[in-house]
Design a protein around this ligand. Structure first.
Ligand SMILES: COCCOc1ccc2cc1OCC(=O)N(C)CCCNCc1c[nH]c3ncnc(c13)N2
Length: 278
C-alpha cells in the first residue's frame, strides 16, 4: 500500500544536497532538493556523537516529535527526519531569505512598521503554540528566519522548557531570560510574552534592553526590570507603551498575547498580511 508522506523512510540519496546555509551548535544546515518531487528543502545534519556528548538525543527526539505536528505560517515546518550510522538529518522547510539577525545587523534597527509586523506574526505563532500547550520559545533573533515573501519563521526547536536551547540560554545570551528564570522560580507560558517584549525592543533599538558587559550586571538589570528608552533612534510613545506592558516583573501582569494584537501600536503599524514589503 502507498505509505503516507509521514511514514516514508527517507535516505540521504533521496536528496541532491547543495550549498551550506549555515552552521549551528550541533550541525550544519544545507540547501537540498528531494529528487522525486524536486521540492527544495533545508537539511539540518546533526552528528550523533556530539548529541551524545551533550546528552540531548532524547530532547531532540521530543522536540522533533512536537515540531513535526505543528502547522503555522510563522513556524518553520519539519517535514521529517532520518538517520544513518553517524548523523541525524532533519528535513525542514527552506526559508529563502535566511536569518533575521543578519538583516537586523545590516539595518542596525528596524522601522516601526517592520517591527510591528514581525511582532504581530510572532504573537500569532505564540498564541498557536500556547493553544497546543507548547511554551518557552527561545525567540531571539538568531532563531528567526525569513521566508521568500518576507514572512517570519520561528526556526529553533526549543519548544519545551527542558530543551537544549535552555542549555544554550545558560551558556548563550542571557538577555532574553525573564526574572522568574533568572531567579530560577517556576515559569510558564508568560516567559514568551517577556521574550516578545525583549525582541520588540531589540528590533526598534538594535540592542536588547538589559544588555551589559558582565552577566551579573545583566542579571541585576533583568530582575530589577531596569528598562530605559534611549532618545536615539526615535521610537513612538505607543511602541514604548507596548514594550512596558510586556516587560513586567510579575508574569501574571504581562499583557496577554491577544491584547498585544489589539494594542494601538500594532493595529496602526503591523501589515495585516503579516508580511513586511519594505
Ligand atoms: C536541533 O536543530 C533544530 C533545527 O534548527 C534549525 C533549523 C533550520 C535552520 C537552523 C536551525 O538551527 C539553528 C542553526 O542550525 N544555525 C543557526 C545555523 C544555520 C542557520 N540557518 C540558515 C538558514 C537559511 N535558510 C534556512 N531555511 C531553513 N532553515 C534554516 C535556514 N536553518
Amino acid at each position: 500500500t502507498q505509505h503516507s508522506q509521514e511514514e516514508k523512510r527517507w535516505v540521504l540519496s533521496d536528496f541532491d544536497v547543495g550549498k551550506a546555509l549555515g552552521r549551528g551548535k550541533f550541525g550544519h544546515v544545507y540547501l537540498a532538493r528531494e529528487k522525486r518531487s524536486n521540492q527544495i528543502v533545508a537539511l539540518k545534519v546533526l552528528f550523533k556523537n556530539q548529541l551524545k556528548q551533550s546528552q540531548v538525543e532524547h530532547q531532540l527526539r521530543r522536540e522533533v516529535e512536537i515540531q513535526s505536528h505543528l502547522r503555522h505560517p510563522n513556524i518553520l515546518r519539519l517535514y521529517g527526519y532520518f538517520y544513518d550510522q553517524t548523523r541525524v538529518y532533519l528535513i525542514l522547510e527552506h526559508a529563502a531569505k535566511g536569518e533575521l539577525y543578519k538583516e537586523l545587523q545590516r539595518c542596525k534597527h528596524f522601522s516601526e512598521r517592520r517591527s510591528a509586523t514581525y511582532i504581530a506574526s510572532l504573537a500569532r505563532a505564540l498564541i498557536y503554540l500556547h493553544g497546543k500547550h507548547v511554551i518557552h520559545r527561545d525567540i531571539k533573533p538568531e532563531n528567526l528566519l525569513v521566508g521568500a515573501q518576507g514572512e517570519l519563521k520561528i526556526a529553533d526547536f526549543g519548544w519545551s522548557v527542558h530543551t537544549f536551547n535552555r542549555r544554550r540560554t545558560m551558556c548563550g545570551t542571557l538577555d532574553y531570560l525573564p526574572p522568574e528564570m533568572v531567579e530560577k522560580t517556576e515559569h510558564d507560558y508568560h516567559v514568551d510574552i517577556w521574550s516578545l517584549g525583549i525582541l520588540c525592543y531589540e528590533f526598534l533599538y538594535g540592542l536588547p534592553p538589559f544588555e551589559a558587559k558582565e552577566h551579573s550586571e545583566t542579571y541585576r538589570r533583568i530582575v530589577k526590570v531596569d528598562l530605559k528608552f534611549p532618545s536615539k533612534p526615535f521610537v513612538s510613545p505607543a511602541a514604548k507603551d507596548l514594550i512596558s506592558q510586556m516587560l513586567v516583573k510579575n508574569s501574571a501582569h504581562r499583557l496577554p498575547l491577544h491584547k498585544v494584537l489589539e494594542h494601538p501600536w500594532i493595529v496602526q503599524n503591523a501589515d495585516p498580511s503579516g508580511v513586511y514589503r519594505g
